[in-house]
Design a protein around this ligand. Structure first.
Ligand code: ARG
Length: 496
């Protein structure tokens, strides 16, 4: 269809190699409504008669309702060519041949991509909101589920399971913020930039932008047609988000092991082994962990595609599309899967408490109490508690409170600490597993009132995010509704 200078037809193998038709199905809808908006604008500024417009819109509407014949046009390079040739077949070259007036596939493809990614961002935000809601629910019912917090994967401090869950709501809120922020840069219309340098037609770019629900123009025609940094930004958002999900998955995988036994996946979320009948494997979480690597790979591949390109559109840019579409689908599925796992898993609170109780994770609380109550400088307190832990371990005790009075006495005698055995034992008792949490005063720590506060705060935040997402979705939906009313008004008024 596009062959004006080159004679004959393109070699079949070459065509298959460069065709993006299969990937383009994801943007078919956007391409059609983009064409409708462009045609309406051309009519409004006097370059297309009402009758021509009506015929073109009818053909485009048919392609929208019945895309199969369009997508089967495998003699074409992409969806843009397929739609154009479909329209030409339907209404003839004199009218259908106007479809590509004052635009090019270069501004078209970026317009399609931006409309698609705009919807995808909103959808990912909806799913993330649901995920955060699940985390908040589980946090609320685990405010008092005591567990050890780990650094370097070693027992660190006493915490709660809710505190852990809430930590990831914070990351996910930042993921939401990043996506929201990138939305404003995605939502700028490239349409009407033509191939790279604009048109001699006085196209009203603001009109097409508003018909398609874009907030602004991507003004410079070179930038509008050939930059893809906003797409890289979107892929970066997904990669960072997937890394967060992967880290949650990794924790849960670890905690389902016999060694931890903190968590048990629901049967419906577990797979098993073909050989070992006892197995209950966390495969969905392992797949999620690996998918995050795939998304990261898609980002890296897209960056590598872009980095050496000269200014202006090059066909290389086409290859980014499938990476973006696949990344969205994988991310959306991963959020859903992880949410299912979190909603349905069994939390073994007693096991978490048992491990916490038989740990030295209250050691820093003991040291802090020595500093705050006994005016011992923190470094000396740290050393004293460190030697108590060493003593307990060498005498087979699993907690500080199991140390005998005479053991402590000997240790104190061999040092120059001005502290009595009784005081030391009282301080150890005052910072037992449960009590240590009530001692924590700092903002954001795992004591009960901080948990309650964080949950409430995050519930309010979530509601605000959801309202903003709904508002963005509504704005796009309204634009599409208005556009389709205009399309109907033209196609019906032509008398058919
Ligand atoms: N199918 C291409 C893409 O998806 C658009 C075609 C632009 N082609 C061109 N030769 N200028 O990026």
């Amino acid at each position: 269809m596009y062959r004006s200078r080159p004679g004959g037809s393109i070699d079949r193998e070459i065509l298959n190699y460069l065709s993006s038709l299969k990937d383009d199905f994801a943007v078919l809808f956007y391409d059609i409504i983009g064409s409708e908006a462009h045609m309406i604008m051309l009519h409004e500024i006097g370059y297309l008669s009402r009758e021509e417009l009506a015929e073109i819109l009818k053909a485009l509407e048919e392609a929208k309702l019945h895309p199969e014949p369009v997508m089967k046009k495998n003699e074409n390079e992409d969806v843009h060519e397929s739609i154009e040739s479909f329209v030409v077949e339907k209404i003839g070259m004199d009218k259908g041949g106007m479809l590509q007036t004052a635009r090019s596939r270069n501004d078209q493809v970026m317009t399609d991509l931006k409309m698609k990614v705009r919807d995808d961002i909103n959808e990912v935000c909806v799913l993330l909101g649901d995920m955060i809601e699940s985390l908040l629910k589980r946090a609320d019912s685990n405010k008092d589920s005591i567990m050890v917090l780990y650094t370097h994967l070693q027992h660190a401090q006493i915490g709660t399971f809710s505190h852990y869950l809430l930590s990831y709501t914070e990351s996910l809120f930042r993921d939401l913020e990043r996506l929201e922020d990138s939305y404003s840069r995605i939502n700028q219309s490239p349409l009407g930039s033509l191939a790279i340098g604009g048109s001699i037609f006085s196209v009203d770019r603001n009109r097409t932008a508003s018909l398609l629900g874009f907030d602004q123009l991507s003004t410079n025609s070179i930038d509008a047609t050939s930059s893809r940094d906003v797409i890289l930004e979107y892929l970066s958002c997904l990669s960072i988000l997937m890394i967060t999900l992967s880290r949650i998955a990794e924790d849960l995988i670890l905690w389902t092991t016999n060694e931890f036994e903190y968590i048990e996946l629901a049967d419906s979320a577990s797979s098993t082994s073909s050989a070992m009948p006892q197995k209950k494997n966390p495969d969905p979480l392992e797949i999620l962990r690996s998918k995050s690597g795939v998304i990261l790979g898609n980002l890296t591949a897209s960056m590598a595609i872009l980095k050496g390109l000269p200014s202006g559109y090059s066909r290389d840019l086409q290859e980014i599309k499938s990476l973006v579409f696949a990344s969205t689908i994988t991310t959306e599925n991963s959020i859903r899967i992880l949410r299912f796992v979190i909603d349905s898993c069994i939390v073994h609170k007693s096991r978490m408490l048992e491990v916490a109780t038989k740990s030295f994770a209250n050691a820093v609380d003991v040291a802090e109490l020595l500093t705050s109550k006994e005016s011992l400088d923190f470094r000396s307190a740290h050393k004293l508690v460190g030697s108590l832990v060493k003593l307990a371990l060498s005498s087979g005790k699993s907690t500080l409170k199991d140390l005998e009075g005479n053991q402590i006495e000997q240790l104190l005698q061999a040092s120059e600490y001005q502290i009595s055995v009784e005081t030391l034992r009282e301080i150890i008792a005052a910072s037992s597993t449960e009590k240590s949490l009530t001692l924590r005063k700092s903002k954001g720590s795992p004591n009960h009132s901080e948990q309650v506060e964080m949950i409430l705060h995050n519930q309010r935040r979530l509601q605000n995010f959801r309202e903003r997402t709904e508002k963005r979705k509504k704005a796009v939906e309204n634009a599409y509704d208005d556009l389709s009313k205009i399309v109907r008004s033209y196609s019906f008024s032509s008398g058919s």
